[in-house]
Design a protein around this ligand. Structure first.
Ligand SMILES: Cc1ncc(COP(=O)(O)O)c(C=O)c1O
Length: 477
C-alpha cells in the first residue's frame, strides 16, 4: 500500500461529488471497452462538462499555428504558414524570457499579454478604462477564483461566506469546500428562465448572516448551467445590492462570447458599473473572470484564464500576487493563446477569413444545437426545459415518477444522479445531474459536433422511452 492509498475520503473530509463519481464510472466503462468487454455501444460520449475539444470540436487554426511556431521556432522560415502567423509568433517569442516558451513568466503573467487583455476589455466595454496592472493571469479561471476566495477568508472564529447560485457551475462547491468558505445559497428562478432575483438575494443574505459572515456574491453570466443571460436592469440591481451590503462581486463571465439568439446581448458587469456613476464605479469591489476554456476557443487543456479586479485594496492585490506565486508561472503557451484570443487577426490579415469562418461555425453550431436539443427534451415525456439565451449548457428538468425517486432513496442517491448513472451504464452517455434541492435536472453541454449531438440524443431517447415504458408496465401490473 502506498502512503496515499490509506486516505479514506470519509475520514479525510474530502467530499466526492456526484460529478466525479459519474466521471469515474465513465472512465471505468471506457477501460472495460478497451480491454474487450462487450457493451451495446462502442464508446462513452461525455456531454457532462464544458470541454468542447473532448467531444470533437475543432481548435481555431490561427491559435494552433502561432503556438506551433512558438514551440518550434524553426517554423518561422516555413513559407507554407501565413505571414501574419509567423510575424505574430516572432512578436510573442520576443516577449518571452530567453525568447522561449520554456522560460518561466512573471507570477501575474506576461506584461504584454496583460496589456492585450486590458485593450480587449476596453474595446468590449466601449472605452471604459482597463489597466494591465489590474489583470492577473492564472492557470484557468477556476484557479483565479480560488485565489480570491482564499483571500476573502479572514480566518478566526467567524466563518466567511459567499452567496452562491442554485444551480451553480459544478466546480463552485468544490472550490468553496477546498477553501473552507461557507456557501450561502440563493435560488435562481426557474420559471423566469433562471433569472437572478433581488428579493431572493436579500433572503439568502439574511439567512446566511445567522451562521457566517457573507463577504461576496458569486454570479455566473451567461449562466452555467442555466443558459440565462442577465439584462442591464438585473445587473444594476445586483450591483446596488452588493454596494448596499458591502459585498465583493465575483462575476464569472467565462461564456461571454456565447450568447445565442437575439433576445439578449452580453453586457459586462464592469461596463454597467462604470455607467452607473462614480458613486458605484469608485466604490464597488468587482472581480471578473474570463478563460481560454470559453466556447469559441475551447482550449481547456491549455489552462489559462484571467481576472480583472476593480476597486481592490492595493494590499489585497499584493496578496493575490503572493498567492499566485505558489504557482510560480501560468503555462506560457496558455498565456500566449490568451493573447491570440483577445487580439485575433484583423480585416486584411492573411488569416482573417479562415479565422472569421471558424468562429462563425462554432457560434452557429452552438445556437443550432441549443435549439435542436431544447426541442428534443421538450418532446420527451417527463422532461421540460427553459429556453436558453447563452452559455454552453442546457439544464432540462426531469419529472421523475415515484418508482424512480423511491428506488433512489433506497440506494441513497439523488434520483437525477441515478437516472444519469443508468443512462451511462445502458447507453454510454455521460450527462451531468443534480444541482438543485427540490427538483431534478440534467446538465448537458451542447457544444459538440452536430453528428455527435444526434448520436447522443438518439441514445438518450432510447434509454428514456424504455425507462418510461418499464414504469408504465410496472404500474399496470
Ligand atoms: C462558468 C464557468 N467558469 C469557468 C469555466 C472554465 O474554467 P477554467 O478557466 O478554469 O478552465 C467554465 C468552462 O466552461 C465555465 O463555464
Amino acid at each position: 500500500m502506498t502512503s496515499l492509498q490509506h486516505v479514506n475520503p470519509r475520514v479525510s473530509g474530502i467530499r466526492v461529488s456526484a460529478h466525479s463519481t459519474l466521471q469515474s464510472l465513465a472512465a471505468h466503462i471506457t477501460q472495460q471497452i478497451m480491454t474487450g468487454a462487450q457493451k451495446p455501444f462502442k464508446e462513452v460520449l461525455d456531454v457532462s462538462s464544458g470541454d468542447p475539444h473532448k467531444t470533437g470540436m475543432k481548435p481555431i487554426s490561427f491559435v494552433r499555428q502561432v503556438l506551433a511556431v512558438c514551440l518550434y521556432p524553426q517554423l518561422l522560415k516555413d513559407n507554407s504558414l501565413p505571414l501574419d502567423v509567423r510575424l505574430r509568433a516572432q512578436r510573442l517569442l520576443e516577449i518571452c524570457d530567453g525568447q522561449s516558451v520554456g522560460a518561466y513568466s512573471a507570477t501575474s503573467g506576461l506584461l504584454h499579454v496583460r496589456q492585450s487583455i486590458a485593450e480587449f476589455i476596453m474595446r468590449r466595454d466601449d472605452g471604459v478604462p482597463s489597466y494591465a496592472e489590474d489583470i492577473f493571469i492564472s492557470s484557468g479561471s477556476q484557479r483565479a477564483l480560488m485565489v480570491v476566495i482564499k483571500l476573502l477568508d479572514k480566518g478566526g472564529e467567524t466563518q466567511t461566506g459567499v452567496l452562491t447560485p442554485v444551480p451553480s457551475p459544478h466546480h463552485l462547491p468544490i472550490i468553496l469546500d477546498e477553501t473552507g468558505v461557507t456557501p450561502a445559497p440563493y435560488q435562481l428562478i426557474e420559471d423566469q428562465g433562471w433569472a437572478v432575483h433581488l428579493e431572493e438575494l436579500h433572503r439568502a443574505l439574511t439567512a446566511a448572516r445567522r451562521r457566517c459572515e457573507p463577504r461576496a456574491v458569486y454570479i455566473s453570466n451567461p449562466g452555467n448551467p442555466t443558459g440565462h443571460v442577465q439584462d442591464r436592469k438585473s445587473i444594476e440591481e445586483v450591483i446596488r445590492f452588493a454596494a448596499a451590503e458591502r459585498l465583493l462581486l465575483l462575476v464569472d463571465e467565462v461564456q461571454q462570447d456565447s450568447v445565442h439568439g437575439h433576445s439578449r446581448e452580453f453586457i459586462s458587469y464592469k461596463k454597467v458599473l462604470f455607467e452607473m456613476g462614480k458613486q458605484y464605479s469608485d466604490t464597488v469591489e468587482l472581480v471578473s473572470f474570463h478563460s481560454l476554456s470559453n466556447a469559441c476557443m475551447g482550449e481547456c487543456g491549455q489552462r489559462a484564464g484571467y481576472m480583472e479586479v476593480v476597486n481592490m485594496d492595493p494590499e489585497v492585490m499584493l496578496f493575490a500576487d503572493t498567492v499566485l506565486c505558489a504557482d510560480i508561472s501560468t503555462p506560457v503557451i496558455g498565456q500566449l493563446a490568451l493573447d491570440l484570443m483577445v487580439d485575433p487577426p484583423k480585416p486584411g490579415d492573411p488569416s482573417w477569413d479562415t479565422h472569421t469562418q471558424e468562429i462563425l461555425l462554432i457560434r452557429t453550431t452552438l445556437s443550432q444545437n441549443a435549439q435542436r436539443a431544447q426541442q428534443f427534451f421538450n418532446s420527451l415525456p417527463g422532461m421540460s426545459g427553459q429556453s436558453v439565451m447563452g452559455g454552453i449548457y442546457l439544464y432540462p428538468r426531469l419529472h421523475l415518477p415515484s418508482e424512480i425517486t423511491e428506488q433512489a432513496k433506497v440506494l441513497e442517491v439523488e434520483a437525477d444522479v441515478l437516472y444519469s448513472r443508468r443512462l451511462l451504464e445502458e447507453e454510454g452517455v455521460l450527462i451531468g445531474a443534480g444541482g438543485t434541492t427540490d427538483s431534478y435536472h440534467l446538465r448537458f453541454c451542447i457544444l459538440v459536433p452536430p453528428h455527435t449531438l444526434e448520436e447522443v440524443l438518439a441514445r438518450i431517447s432510447s434509454f428514456h422511452l424504455r425507462l418510461w415504458a418499464d414504469i408504465r408496465t410496472l404500474t399496470e401490473v
